[in-house]
Design a protein. Structure first.
Length: 360
């Protein structure tokens, strides 16, 4: 089967920017490409040092995946606290997308906190009824449209969790996208938490990988677990090099991405029947709810690629309301080429195709 031809894309992770040729060209141009690849002063060491400073933590450690990094963080907190249960929002990534590895590999239990369709609240954190080793906050909360708690709410929640003896862990896979909303330094946001995970490929556009940051003692323990779980990769330099590129070229543009996301969202809200969640995006990531089925939306999207070579979104998912679907838009460099009016026209076309050609 031939791959569809795409010349323009709204998606941050489109093949336009993530093809091997495009990625390798960016890596070869990096000044760090001349550094050695192992040990102190090597490319991964440079990345770890830089991210630790950016997050205001004593030390940072590269992991090949965020899945491994976060499970290790929660295990360390569990062993330190003598408790096996962690709490988090019902739609957190560890439970929803990682095959419950926290339990199968580490023997941890997960306690859902709050309602799956809204952010956690301070009142929710008083409800678990059992001692927690850690509470995890995902900033932003991807599955409900990239929502963020207000700063005062977040700090109150962290204080409340700590008052019960629980550690505070940040799933900051998209911390880069969250920072402009708070208008606070990355280190101030990360400073609320005992441990912080950040992704090197989602918002940063890197090849793959993650960073786990915290105190010197915490990261030393994490390094042992990384080795035990097979994450000690001597040649991680291509992943680290691409992450350094993202720190330099993408993170400074996050405020512009947020502003453009709000322009696109405002235009889409003008389409009959379309719902944007949240109404005013808090991050460059937001959701668009469409009054057509996920199957019809996906087929209509493919037909637009076939006809115009324009890629609108990665996939359509079913929505709680029968007959509706939801898609995620994440604004990056690719999306900056589209103004709000053009995006609205393309989605109007998509809805028409979904209804008239693919059964709505």
């Amino acid at each position: 089967m031939n791959r569809p031809v795409i010349t323009r894309s709204l998606s941050t992770h489109s093949p336009l920017t993530r093809s091997p040729r495009a990625v390798l060209a960016r890596l070869a141009a990096r000044p760090e490409a001349d550094l050695h690849v192992h040990g102190p002063g090597g490319i991964t060491d440079v990345l770890e040092t830089r991210v630790a400073a950016l997050l205001g933590k004593e030390r940072a450690l590269f992991f090949p995946t965020g899945t491994m990094a976060q499970q290790v963080a929660l295990r360390i907190h569990a062993e330190e606290k003598g408790r096996r249960t962690f709490g988090a929002h019902p739609s957190n990534h560890l439970d929803l997308w990682e095959q419950q590895g926290y339990n199968a590999v580490h023997g941890l239990r997960f306690r859902r906190i709050g309602d799956p369709y809204r952010l956690m609240t301070l009142e929710d954190l008083t409800a678990p009824g059992e001692p927690l080793a850690a509470v995890l906050w995902e900033l932003p909360q991807r599955e409900i449209g990239g929502l963020l708690p207000e700063w005062a709410d977040l700090t109150a929640q962290v204080d409340a969790a700590r008052a019960t003896g629980a550690a505070a862990h940040l799933d900051g896979a998209r911390l880069w996208e969250a920072q402009p909303y708070y208008e606070r330094a990355h280190a101030e946001i990360a400073g609320l938490f005992d441990s912080v995970y950040v992704s090197l490929y989602k918002g940063l556009g890197g090849v793959r990988g993650a960073i786990l940051a915290g105190s010197e003692a915490f990261v030393a323990a994490a390094q042992v677990w990384r080795w035990r779980l097979g994450g000690q990769i001597p040649d991680a330099w291509p992943l680290s090099l691409s992450a350094l590129d993202g720190l330099d070229t993408i993170v400074p543009r996050m405020p512009a991405y947020l502003e453009h996301a709000r322009e696109i969202a405002a235009a889409l809200k003008g389409l009959d029947g379309v719902e944007v969640v949240p109404g005013v995006p808090q991050t460059p990531l937001f959701h668009v709810h469409l009054p057509v089925s996920a199957e019809a939306a996906s087929k209509a999207s493919m037909s637009i690629i076939d006809e115009y070579q324009i890629h609108l979104f990665g996939g359509a998912a079913t929505a709680p309301l029968p007959g509706w679907s939801a898609v995620e838009l994440s604004v990056g460099d690719n999306a900056m080429e589209f103004d709000g009016g053009e995006v609205a026209e393309l989605f109007a076309d998509l809805l028409d195709r979904a209804r008239t050609r693919f059964g709505g």
